[in-house]
Ligand binder design. Structure first.
Ligand SMILES: Nc1ncnc2c1ncn2[C@@H]1O[C@H](COP(=O)(O)OP(=O)(O)O)[C@@H](O)[C@H]1O
Ligand SMILES: [Mg+2]
Length: 390
C-alpha cells in the first residue's frame, strides 16, 4: 500500500485545525498563512458492486459511518482499513394494494418491500425496476432536500432504504454522521423537523447520530489540499447546498431548492416532454460546452444556466451582507459535487458564469469533486471518524 495511514493523517489534521479554531475567537488574516499544508488526500473509494441490487445484505458497520440522505439517493460510507467503501440505494418508492398474488411476486423476485396498512411499499432500485414494468411513476420520500410533507409515510421509506444499506452497528452507540441541508433561502419544508426525525430513527437503530452540513461535508471530502478553506457546493436532485468553510469551520451555509429535478421539470414543461425523458437525455448526452442542436438541448442549456445564476446570485448576496466573512489573503477554491455537477463542461460553464459576478472574496478556481456522487457521504464519514478520535 502506498500510504497505509492516509485517512488517519487526514483526521489528525482535521482535529488539529478544530482545536486551533476553538482557541481563536475570530477569523484573522494570518491564520491562513500559518496553516500547515496538508497531505494530498488519497482516500480511495469502491462502490460495493451489487449494493444497488436488491438482495445484497446490508452491512453491519464495525466503525463510524457517514450517511447522505439525498432527494435521489441514500449513500452510506464506511472505512475499510485505508479506504472508504460506499453503499448506495435509490430514494424512491411506490405502493401496491395488498394481495396474496402481489405478495408472491414480491417475495419470489426478491423485491425490496415492506407492508404497512393495506399496502405494500416497494422501495429503492426495486421501485425503479418495478415501476418501469408496470408503467407507473415512482414517488419521492424526500422532496427538495427535506422529508416530504406530502408523503406522510416518507420516514418509513427512508428507514427501509437505510436499513437496506446498513444494519445496527456491531458496537452499540457507534458514531454516525449524517448530512443535513442548509436552511433554504426561500422555500418549503422544515429543516428542524427533517433533522430531528432522522436523529430519532438513527438513535433507535443503536447509533450516536451527529449532523453535518452537506456543503461542509463536501469541503471535508475534497478540500484537504486547501486546509478545508473554500466553498463546497453540492448540486443534487432537489437542492443545491452551499458552505463557505474557513479552516474546517462552516462560516456561511445555505441552500436553494433548485437543482436537477427543477431542470428536468422546467425543460419538460418548455418542450412538452415528460421530465423522466429529459432526465435520461440530460444524464446520457448533455455536454454544456457543445452548441445546442435541438429544442431539448437548448432548453437544458437555458435551465442549467438558470440554476448556476441562482446559486451565484445568492452566494454573492449572502457574502456581501455577511458580518462573519473571514478576512483571508488567499483566493478560495469552489468545489462542485453531486449528480447535477456531472455533465461534461460543467466546471468551465460555472467558471464562465462566475466571471460575470463581482464577489466580495477572491475565487481561486472551480473544481469538480473527484467522486461527485459520493463526496457528501465521504465527508460525513471523515467527520464521524474525527469525532471518535477526539
Ligand atoms: N451524468 C449526469 N449528468 C447530469 N445529471 C446527472 C448525472 N447523473 C446524475 N445526474 C442528476 O443528478 C441529480 C441527482 O444527484 P444526487 O447527487 O444523487 O442527488 P441527491 O443529493 O439529491 O440525492 C439528478 O437530478 C440526476 O438527474
Ligand atoms: Mg446529495
Amino acid at each position: 500500500m502506498e500510504n497505509d495511514n492516509e485517512l488517519e493523517k487526514l483526521q489528525g489534521r482535521l482535529s488539529e485545525l478544530k482545536k486551533q479554531g476553538t482557541m481563536a475567537s475570530s477569523f484573522v488574516e494570518d491564520k491562513m498563512g500559518a496553516a500547515q499544508p496538508v497531505d494530498r488526500q488519497k482516500v480511495t473509494s469502491k462502490t460495493a458492486e451489487g449494493s444497488e441490487a436488491r438482495q445484497k445484505k446490508a452491512i453491519i458497520p464495525t466503525g463510524p459511518v457517514g450517511l447522505d440522505v439525498g432527494t435521489s439517493h441514500i449513500i452510506a460510507a464506511c472505512k475499510d482499513r485505508n479506504h472508504i467503501d460506499t453503499y448506495k440505494q435509490l430514494n424512491a418508492f411506490f405502493t401496491l394494494p395488498k394481495s396474496n398474488f402481489a405478495r408472491n411476486i414480491l417475495s419470489k423476485n426478491d423485491i425490496l418491500h415492506f407492508e404497512m396498512g393495506n399496502h405494500f411499499y416497494i422501495y429503492g432500485y426495486s421501485a425503479q425496476e418495478f415501476a418501469l414494468m408496470f408503467h407507473v411513476n415512482t414517488r419521492r420520500s424526500i422532496k427538495k432536500g427535506l422529508l416530504s410533507a406530502e408523503e406522510k409515510d416518507s420516514i418509513y421509506v427512508v428507514q427501509a432504504a437505510v436499513n437496506s444499506l446498513i444494519q445496527p452497528p456491531k458496537q452499540f452507540g457507534e458514531t454516525l454522521c449524517f448530512a443535513t441541508p442548509g436552511e433554504p433561502l426561500q422555500g418549503t419544508g422544515s429543516l428542524v423537523y427533517h433533522e430531528s426525525i432522522l436523529k430519532r430513527f438513527l438513535t433507535g437503530m443503536g447509533y450516536t447520530p451527529i449532523s453535518i452540513n452537506e456543503g461542509m461535508a463536501v469541503v471535508l471530502a475534497e478540500l484537504s489540499d486547501y486546509d478545508y478553506t473554500g466553498i463546497g457546493i453540492s448540486m443534487g436532485g432537489g437542492m443545491c447546498n452551499v458552505c463557505v468553510s474557513y479552516l474546517s469551520f462552516p462560516v456561511i451555509t445555505f441552500s436553494i431548492q433548485k437543482a436537477g429535478d427543477y431542470i428536468d421539470s422546467m425543460v419538460g414543461l418548455s418542450v412538452d416532454e415528460p421530465a423522466t425523458k429529459i432526465q435520461s437525455i440530460k444524464e446520457k448526452n448533455f455536454d454544456m460546452l457543445k452548441e445546442p442542436k435541438d429544442r431539448i438541448s437548448t432548453a437544458l442549456h437555458i435551465f442549467y444556466e438558470d440554476v448556476i445564476h441562482s446559486l451565484l446570485k445568492s452566494l454573492q448576496r449572502i457574502l456581501s451582507s455577511s458580518e462573519h466573512l473571514p478576512m483571508i489573503s488567499k483566493p478560495m477554491p469552489i468545489v462542485l459535487s453531486g449528480g447535477t455537477a456531472m455533465p461534461a463542461g460543467c466546471e468551465e460553464k460555472f467558471q464562465k458564469i462566475l466571471q460575470s459576478y463581482d464577489m466580495p472574496i477572491q475565487i481561486e478556481g472551480v473544481h469538480i469533486a473527484k467522486d461527485p456522487l459520493n463526496a457528501t457521504a465521504k465527508g460525513a464519514l471523515i467527520m464521524a471518524l474525527t469525532e471518535v478520535t477526539e
